[in-house]
Design a protein around this ligand. Structure first.
Ligand code: ZN
Length: 375
């Protein structure tokens, strides 16, 4: 029997799902993992997405539902992944670009890396140290795509810049350059895992916390403003020595990652804390579950057409083929047929349409469960 020891999560920050074709090293990793090609983020910006990953809960349930709510995490009632693992004697470490990005409790060390360093060299040394402390949990933020988007796009153009939104080709070229560097990093990490024999006893995950815009919708230069597919589509490669090698297109959510890890390690949920909203992905891996999971997404931009960094103001419910968006500040609705209109150019919202009414009910129910909002 294989005893699972370590847990390694690598968040490839801001890597778009539709650019995975440029990442042959992830394709290589796919051959030994289970690939969730249709994972949706529950919030398309780093801090909120990381908190959903570490709690299995939506932002408005765990308290981090706004850029300025980084210190509002409900730490007394939400149990984090690292808290669970700490109780099982894991040594828990994260390496991120900013301490505010994730809940600190449960971590032995929250390490912060500078923006212009060689991520691989740093983390190689870190992992070599961690092996001495097995079992360990390590969450790495691969931050260069994120950092360069902030520096070369967010800080350079305004939210409605014609120079930016009128040059999609140039934006794509710039972004794809970042992706190629990311792919090289993944290749080196894969070889390191091999060399250190971490594939023998570890759960290893590569995923992205959200995608990014390359100028598709005026008002959103990178991410965090809207809930369109170019930012909400994520993915997840899950490796464990005993996992089936396959893939699925079934829609799932980032909140599902944490319950999956706990299930794989036979750690039961602690019901003295708020219940997780994510569900284990094992039934999907075993093909016992074939229906898409409804994804709830929420955000509030720092900038953009209706900034709301204090509290989220854009809410969305997404099925595999259709999506409803509620823009609370301007009080507008959008509805898209993602099969016929994957670029979400044609808003077909109609108040009395029976399918749209059903989506509205779903959205209301989830928001009621999250408790912080009413529509
Ligand atoms: Zn991010």
């Amino acid at each position: 029997m294989i005893t699972l020891k370590n847990v390694i999560i690598i968040t490839l920050d801001a890597l778009r799902r539709d650019r995975l074709n440029l990442c042959n090293n992830l394709k290589e990793f796919e051959k030994k993992s289970f690939f969730f090609s249709n994972m949706i983020t529950n919030s398309p910006y780093t801090m909120a997405s990381f908190h959903t990953l570490h709690t299995g809960m939506h932002p408005s349930k765990n308290g981090v539902n706004g850029y300025y709510r980084m210190f509002r995490f409900k730490k007394n009632i939400c149990k984090t992944l690292s808290q669970y693992l700490k109780e099982k004697n894991y040594y828990c470490v994260s390496d991120v670009v900013n301490k505010c990005l994730l809940p600190e409790q449960g971590f032995d060390e929250v390490m912060v890396h500078k923006k212009n360093i060689d991520m691989f060299l740093r983390q190689k040394e870190l992992i070599k140290e961690l092996i001495k402390k097995e079992p360990f949990f390590l969450h790495i933020q691969y931050s260069p795509i994120h950092n360069r988007l902030v520096k070369e796009v967010a800080e350079k153009y305004d939210d409605f810049s014609e120079e930016y939104f009128g040059n999609i080709k140039k934006n794509i070229q710039r972004y794809e350059g970042f992706v190629k560097e990311c792919n090289e990093y993944v290749g080196k990490m894969n070889r390191l895992f091999e060399e250190l024999k971490l594939f023998d006893n570890s759960i290893i995950i590569y995923h992205s916390d959200h995608g990014t815009s390359v100028g598709e919708k005026v008002g959103e230069k990178i991410y965090g403003v809207f809930t369109y597919d170019y930012t909400v589509k994520s993915f997840c490669y899950l490796y464990a020595p005993n996992i089936k090698t396959s893939k699925t297109r079934v829609q799932c959510r980032i909140i599902d990652i944490m319950p999956t890890i706990l299930r794989m390690l036979n750690i039961p949920e602690d019901f003295s804390f708020i219940t997780m909203q994510g569900k284990s992905l094992i039934p999907i891996i075993k093909e016992k579950e074939k229906k898409d999971r409804v994804a709830f997404i929420e955000t509030g931009g720092i900038k953009g057409p209706w900034p709301s960094p204090e509290e989220h103001n854009v809410f969305c419910v997404r099925h595999d083929d259709k999506k409803l968006i509620c823009n609370k500040t301007p009080s507008t609705w959008e509805f898209y047929d993602l099969e016929k209109d994957p670029e979400e150019k044609n808003n077909i919202y109609a108040k009395n349409d029976s399918i749209i009414k059903k989506y509205k009910e779903e959205l209301k129910e989830i928001m009621f469960e999250n408790k912080n909002y009413g529509l």
